[in-house]
Design a protein around this ligand. Sequence first.
Ligand SMILES: COc1cc(/C=C/C(=O)SCCNC(=O)CCNC(=O)[C@H](O)C(C)(C)COP(=O)(O)OP(=O)(O)OC[C@H]2O[C@@H](n3cnc4c(N)ncnc43)[C@H](O)[C@@H]2OP(=O)(O)O)ccc1O
Ligand SMILES: O=C(O)CCC(=O)C(=O)O
Ligand SMILES: [Fe+2]
Length: 363
Amino acid sequence: MAVKGGAHQDYNHLDELKKFDDSKMGVKGLVDSGLTSIPRMFVHPTETLSDLKSVARSASQVIPTIDLSGVDSDRRPAIVEQVSHACRKLGFFQIVNHGLPLEVLNRTIAAVKAFHELPTEVKNQWYRRETSTGVAFFSNVDMYKAKAASWRDTLQVRLGPVPSVVDDIPEICRNEILEWSRQASQLVEILMELLCEGLGLNAGKLKEMTFLESKGLVGHYYPHCPQPDLTFGITSHTDPGVLTLLLQDQIGGLQVKHGEEWVEVKPIPGALVINIGDILQILSNDEYKSVDHRVLANPSPDPRVSIAIFFTAGKRDGLYGPFPELVSPEKPALYRQFVLNDYITRFFTKDLADKTLTNYYRI
Ligand SMILES: COc1cc(/C=C/C(=O)SCCNC(=O)CCNC(=O)[C@H](O)C(C)(C)COP(=O)(O)OP(=O)(O)OC[C@H]2O[C@@H](n3cnc4c(N)ncnc43)[C@H](O)[C@@H]2OP(=O)(O)O)ccc1O
Ligand SMILES: O=C(O)CCC(=O)C(=O)O
Ligand SMILES: [Fe+2]
């Protein structure tokens, strides 16, 4: 087998990946074993690592924080304007005063953290790469396709359109995940309205297209990394869905690409992060942007936990493309139409860091 990424002929990347995968211990298990340097399979190519330092210094380059209080009052047009501006320029924003209580946020983070901190011999019953039950614990969704693995573990739970069987969700975080899904979906219904209004569309358009029903949750765990300059928590990627709602703890490390620089998404107690995915960039005919983001490997002694819910397109055999309302002789359709099934297959056969699916469907 070809040696990947380096000089030593005795290193077999695929063997290392398989050994790690078969151990079912995840990155957390490696850290618990007391290692002080990261295994070779996690070391990223020099050219990717050289970009680690290009972080924005300018205070003006910040991800906006939008206050949602009064969203049903005469403040709504101003909120729509801020949301629309953020989606067009940066593809990311944070929200505060969104109505979800801080205790619920904290409880959800604590429950997902508790899952990841179960003993390996308990947790490994959920370790799998096939997702037929809708619940899977694994390390690195793209591990066998990526140039190098990254320093995180993930618990994945399908929430719709056909949700996971409730009893398959680990009991230690079951109620919290289900409650989070319920509350987050109510909030995302409002956000989808604001996003539609920001495009000049009917407020109910995204909901009518069932984009609220198809959703998957990932609970990421980023343990302390002894050599954070050699790897990532998640490599640069865009999210493939419609939009992502992200709950992060206070450790930090999420960065968004803005021009040639990386801008930090600073944790704010009680805030939630929203970003546009590739499908909404396509539907909006490039009015809204799905942008590259990444997570640095965690240098802190404490683990970082984040929980994303990906809202995605509803019908697997449905045809998707730019909204006709956003296509005109002055601005023709920038993408060809695609069947969602084809799109999903393409997503899972690529490395996360590969160019986004928007490039594939662009005319
Ligand atoms: C294309 O599906 C997606 C993906 C995403 C976002 C992905 C990312 O941003 S990657 C960054 C880090 N993320 C992770 O580490 C977790 C990755 N997990 C996922 O992307 C999951 O698909 C999910 C978003 C949590 C669940 O998505 P959902 O659309 O609900 O998927 P299902 O209905 O369960 O499955 C659809 C189809 O995809 C196959 N599949 C699902 N998960 C995986 C996986 N981890 N590896 C390989 N294949 C997977 C699944 O088997 C289904 O195919 P069938 O042929 O069996 O029907 C955001 C939105 C998306 O839609
Ligand atoms: O952990 C984070 O802050 C971001 C996770 C992410 O980008 C993803 O799951 O797609
Ligand atoms: Fe992402």
